[in-house]
Structures are given as C-alpha cells and as structure tokens.
Design a protein around this ligand. Sequence first.
Ligand SMILES: Nc1ncnc2c1ncn2[C@@H]1O[C@H](COP(=O)(O)OP(=O)(O)O)[C@@H](O)[C@H]1O
Ligand SMILES: O=C(O)C1=C[C@@H](OP(=O)(O)O)[C@@H](O)[C@H](O)C1
Ligand SMILES: [Mg+2]
Length: 281
Amino acid sequence: MDAKALQTINFSGFTRPEKFVGRTGLSLTRTGKPEMVRMRRRKIACSYNNIPASILESGGHKYPLEEELILKNKSQQIQPYLNGRCIYVVGMMGSGKTTVGKIMSQALSYSFCDCDTLIEEEVEGNSVADIFKLYGESFFRDRETEALRKMSLMHKFVISTGGGAVLRPINWKYMHKGVSVWLDVPVDALAKRIAAVGTNSRPLLHDEAGDAYTAALMRLSSLFEERGEFYANANARVSLENIAAKLGRRDASDLSPRAIAIEALEQVGNFLKAEDGGYAR
Ligand SMILES: Nc1ncnc2c1ncn2[C@@H]1O[C@H](COP(=O)(O)OP(=O)(O)O)[C@@H](O)[C@H]1O
Ligand SMILES: O=C(O)C1=C[C@@H](OP(=O)(O)O)[C@@H](O)[C@H](O)C1
Ligand SMILES: [Mg+2]
C-alpha cells in the first residue's frame, strides 16, 4: 500500500487506532494523518484496507475479472448486515485462513489481522515456533487469548486465527462478538500444502518422523480427531468438498483461494440471513 493510499485511510471506525498502528508499521502523525514508518519487523500483523475502491480499481486486475466482480458483489450484499462486526476465520493449520482471510478483507474493504503475527509482535518478534520452544504452548495460548480479546474490541477487521484458537471457550466468547467462518479442508490437502512449505513454522508438527507429507498427514489427522467438534462451533462452514462439487471439480485441493473466499462470503451471508430472518429486504 503506497503512502498516497495511506493518506486516504479513514481511521474513524477504529477504537484506539494508535494501539494497532504504531506497532504494525503505520503511525499516526501529530495531525492524526497516517504515515508509513520504517517497519521494525518483517511482517505486518494488521493491514488497513479501507482505502476507497477507486484506488483499488486503479491498481488493475491480475485475477479473473469475474471472480473480482463476484467477490465485490457478495461483499456488498452482506456489508449492511455485518454492521461492522469482525469476521474470524478458523480452521486447521494450513487450511488457508491467512491467505483467504486477506482476500475477504480486501473484498469487504475491511482491515486484516493475522492473530499469529500479532502474537509474534507482542513477544519481541519471536516466531510462533520460537515462542513454543522458549516459553511453551500454554504461554502461546495465553497470548492467543489476549490477542483475541484485543481484536474483539475492534470493528471492520477480518481476523485469521491460529489453528488452535478454537480450543478455549474464552476464545469463542471473544470470537462470537463477530462472525466466525470455518475453512473445512480435507486433511490430505492440508498435509500436501504444509509439506510444500515445510513444517518449520508449525511447531506442533515438528516431532513427527518420516517424509514431510506422511508426517504432516499423521499428525494433522490426529489433531483433527481431537478438534473437529470445536471448529463446528463456527457460525458458518466452508467445505472445500462442497465447493468442488458445485464447480464440478474432482479434486478439492485444486480450488483457488479466491474461489474459497467467494464461498466464505456466501456462507457468512447465509448465516446473517438466518440470523436476521431473511436479510433480502
Ligand atoms: N486454496 C489454496 N490452494 C493451494 N494452496 C493454498 C490455498 N490456500 C492456501 N494455500 C497455501 O497453503 C499454505 C497455508 O496457507 P495459510 O493461509 O498460511 O493457512 P493457515 O493460516 O490456515 O495456516 C500456504 O503455503 C498457502 O500458500
Ligand atoms: O493448530 C495449531 O494449534 C496452531 C496453528 C498455527 O497457526 P496456523 O493455523 O495459521 O498454522 C499456530 O497458531 C500455532 O502453530 C498453533
Ligand atoms: Mg495462518
């Protein structure tokens, strides 16, 4: 996002914007105007996307225009019923929460926050894997709950959670202040994706022996056994198998992140419709 785009950001919808801007490479000058500051870390936890569509459109399209139009159309349909509530993307590690969450935030002109990256920011920039190593999983889970508590105070964010965020009831208390959507991806597709990028960034997969795919498949299968019922607490569910069937595709793992984002907006819309007793006013 270039500095010019930043100047147009309207922070009016944020509570305590300074809390999130200074630490993520954006800073409010004395006049309250946002300006880029030198990033202290390699990743931005939260990016602010509510720049006018005109600037986005001038950026040109590098994706099929039809998908772009459907994304925009679906987000315009659900915006009024979201009422600025945050969207929490939940699912197993590797399910595409960070990737799809960003696409959803752009379509909705929402800001985006990755919970894991926010936690890394809070723990002196240590990676999730290092946090697990240095302080243990329970410390990480406490930081995860704190990050979700902070995000529950915000508006107009898509928040990509970590795969284990569903484990604690208190986390659901925070996530239920917004709308949650579960990316339900077949375990073998998860294993393929994680094997492709390596398990370094996912400490819960570190101790498995064997080749990357098999090790990931074994561990992910047992993790899903333990957690499946928790993901089902989400308000909406995106089944890649259902999308593949709708699109007449044989392999769910071939679906693009944008096709999944379209379905996620569709399912969030269905939830809002049911919640609102038919939102087509
Ligand atoms: N629809 C998809 N098809 C293929 N690969 C994907 C898809 N969505 C995400 N990925 C890849 O899978 C890996 C995990 O994606 P990520 O968004 O980090 O998932 P999560 O945040 O749920 O762990 C990344 O390498 C990403 O590029
Ligand atoms: O499933 C889990 O318990 C975890 C998933 C990771 O996030 P992603 O789902 O983004 O990989 C990260 O929060 C941590 O390694 C724990
Ligand atoms: Mg992620």
